[in-house]
Design a protein around this ligand. Sequence first.
Ligand code: NAP
Length: 308
Amino acid sequence: MKAVLMYQTGDVDVMRYEDVPKPEAQAGEVLVKVFAAGINPVDWKTRAGKGINGLLGDPYPMIPGWDVSGVVEAVGEGVSHFKGGDEVFGMVRFPKVGSAYAQYVASPESDLAIKPHNVDHVQAAAVPLAGLTAWQGLIELADIQAGERVMVTAAAGGVGHLAVQIAKWKGANVIGTVSPGGKELAESLGADELIDYTSQPFESATAPVDVVFDTVGGETLQRAPKAVKPGGRLVTIAGRPEERNDIKVYSFLVRPDASHLKEIATLMAAGHLKCVVAKAFPLSEVQAAHEMGEAGHLRGKIVLEVGQ
Ligand SMILES: NC(=O)c1ccc[n+]([C@@H]2O[C@H](COP(=O)([O-])OP(=O)(O)OC[C@H]3O[C@@H](n4cnc5c(N)ncnc54)[C@H](OP(=O)(O)O)[C@@H]3O)[C@@H](O)[C@H]2O)c1
């Protein structure tokens, strides 16, 4: 099969489009014919040696990528939830080597869910890692409630634009931080209030909120506690903030969870959650896809199309 192979960390040229043996489904695994593979910032950070490389062991040569959407080709012993021909999507083996940038991937059954019928493979492949991150941050950790004021930083980004919609579906009042270029997208997703972070300090631009979900990190994360009211929660996916006694602070790494993925699929099927795909590239153009992601200012997600 065709796949993207990496023999070392480095710039985009370390990713090679090559022929490799097709994997087989072991016990508890599903062999997926990949139609599309999603790209996340952790992909290009890890390629460059600045991501979750420490969690991968000694993986080379490795096939990068974690997010997939495709069709079940075969199932291993003991697999009970899927059969040949099922359309599935998921985040494979994160934070171990996922090998999603390929025509076939063998995935643990527990990392997959049935793809929502109303979205194509490109859109579905864009969702798992970012959607699970938004779900685990907002629903599992912050436990957001209807009527609460929830601020999402980078409301037009890959995780942020899904977080806005999940928070709206929960009945929260959503405040998003965006640059002028992200305003239209965040508005279209239902954000109630938008703060242009380039022209005003987001932490004092609105009344203190119940929850901040930070997807930016760095200086934004250091300032974020100021936006949270006493007794509120700060959830971040991009670093560790300074502690403050009167708010709860959570930082976490997303994990595969089929029950969460099913909830996400249900929201997508019902039209409550849409994923914006900024651009889809052929698998053989993976270098250009990473370059686009690394350039920043993304509105939604980047996806690799692997074929039918
Ligand atoms: N812990 C975890 O499990 C986990 C999971 C997923 C992602 N992450 C991390 O979370 C971060 C976001 O991921 P992503 O997929 O959403 O990235 P992304 O799609 O690349 O999002 C970048 C967005 O951030 C906006 N932005 C940049 N600086 C900003 C600022 N100061 N304030 C507000 N918005 C700003 C950009 O728009 P403009 O430049 O136009 O403002 C762009 O829309 C990455 O660092 C990623 O590695 C962590």
